[in-house]
Write a protein that binds this ligand. Structure first.
Ligand code: S3P
Length: 437
């Protein structure tokens, strides 16, 4: 099992480039595969999750070339050109791959089975099975609504007007992808607006889509036409260096051209309320997405009540927010974040236990926690195979009084290959350690 040893390093300095956006990379492969013609994807995330998606489409008969790192050339087969695979399709650790593909494959004229790793095999799938069944799809799962997902060859699906009980871009996207093949209008509304990459990218591939804050609708029966996609840097990956820049004294860092979609940048609003010194500079657009440099300098943070309306806009950033909170003056209260319990790990429990082990008081609630700011000492932390838990504790260690061992770190490669080298380059004290057993 791989592990990291981390401890206090230097003030963080320099300019850092962040790998491509995971959500956008998944969607770019999927839509390019279903389009007519050749699409080029630049800035593709070379992570295990997004590579799993590309490998699945290759097994479904799509030619995908990788002429150089972070570039993919996809020869789309058209909406009805996918071929059955012989054997199960492996989504690895990627919830986005499994949930989006469930919608897409539920509409195909052939049967498929989607499997995942140990963590993904524990994650809830009823949230996609239910609306897809309402559309006429035939899907079943293992007991407890967990993977594998067995999807039968589809008859004709029909559009639905679906009020999703969860704020989830994955659920919304699964229904929309099935809706491409359905009769009539497919509409999804959400309790809080979530990332709108599927909507925007469908439009970029020429599919008419109507959408606004918290709703989207489209009709079946159009065509996707190949296009070129520029993937911006992933805000969720940037969040680690950004938070480290806030909490490591003397830091002065620039994160280059980070994706700034407002449905992703809730952490910026929350850190600003906590007293962070982060400047948004050099704003521009890249492939239809806003991007900017983030210039962060160390600052004293104080605890806040995280506003409920920020929660969906920072759903992947809570692990690192817990670290900022642990190092802030006073108590930070998180509520309305029960979804964190069904991510790659139970992120509320994983963060609370890890922080307690380093000397911080955390009071858990079903949908959040009260994190009492304090001082961190060394210790051993379990990441539970969750990439974002591991990276969050690498940030924490930069302020710990002793050495922090972070266990089970291999899955960092799902979203941030090169994390250790990049963080070391800006001043982190962080070492990769390979261990047996
Ligand atoms: C994602 C949506 C979010 C997010 C995940 C990526 C996406 O999941 O946590 O990392 O690409 O649509 P939920 O839809 O479960 O909120």
């Amino acid at each position: 099992m791989s592990a990291w040893i981390a401890m206090q390093g230097k003030p963080l300095r320099g300019r850092i480039a962040i790998p491509g956006d995971k959500s956008i990379s998944h969607r770019a492969i999927m839509l390019a595969a279903l389009a007519e013609g050749r699409s080029h994807i630049h800035g593709f995330l070379e992570g295990a999750d997004t590579r799993a998606t590309a490998a699945i489409f290759q097994r479904l008969g799509v030619l995908i070339e990788a002429p150089e790192p972070s570039v993919r050339i996809v020869d789309g087969v058209g909406l009805h050109g996918l071929k059955a695979s012989n054997g199960a399709l492996d989504c690895g650790n990627a919830g986005t791959a499994m949930r989006l593909l469930s919608g897409l494959l539920a509409a195909q004229a052939f049967a498929s089975t989607l499997v995942g790793d140990e963590s993904l095999s524990r994650r809830p799938m009823r949230r996609v099975i239910e609306p897809l069944r309402m559309m006429g799809a035939c899907i079943d799962s293992n007991a407890g609504d967990v993977p594998p997902l067995r999807i039968a060859a589809a008859g004709t699906l029909h559009g639905i007007d679906y009020a999703s009980p969860v704020a989830s871009a994955q659920v919304k996207s699964a229904v929309l992808l099935a809706g491409l093949y359905a009769d009539g209008t497919t509409r999804v509304s959400e309790p809080h607006p979530t990332r709108d990459y599927s909507e925007r990218m469908l439009q970029a591939f020429g599919w008419p889509v109507r959408f606004g804050e918290g709703w989207v609708e489209l009709e079946g029966g159009h065509r996707l036409m190949a296009t070129d996609i520029q993937v911006p840097a992933d805000f969720s990956s940037a969040a680690f260096a950004l938070t480290a820049g806030c909490v490591v004294p003397g830091s002065d860092l620039v994160l280059r051209q980070v994706g700034m979609n407002p449905r992703r940048t809730g952490l910026l609003r929350v850190l600003a309320q906590m007293g962070a010194d982060i400047r948004v500079e050099d704003e521009s657009g890249q492939g239809g997405e806003p991007v900017a440099d983030l210039h962060v300098r160390a600052a004293a943070l104080h605890g806040i009540d995280v506003p409920l309306d920020c929660v969906p806009d920072m759903i992947d950033e809570f692990p690192v927010l817990f670290i900022a909170a642990a190092l802030a003056d006073g108590i930070t209260r998180v509520r309305g974040a029960a979804e964190l319990r069904v991510k790659e790990s139970d992120r509320i429990a994983a963060m609370a236990n890890g922080l307690r082990g380093l000397g911080i008081r955390v009071d858990e609630t079903p949908d959040g926690a009260d994190i009492h700011g304090g001082t961190l000492h060394g210790g051993i932390v379990e990441s539970h195979g969750d990439h974002r838990i591991a990276m969050a504790f690498a940030v924490a260690a930069q302020r710990a009084s002793g050495e922090v061992t972070i266990r089970d770190t291999a899955n960092v490669a799902t979203s941030y290959p090169g994390f250790v080298a990049s963080m070391r380059a800006i001043g982190f004290a962080l070492n990769d350690e390979l261990r047996d057993g």
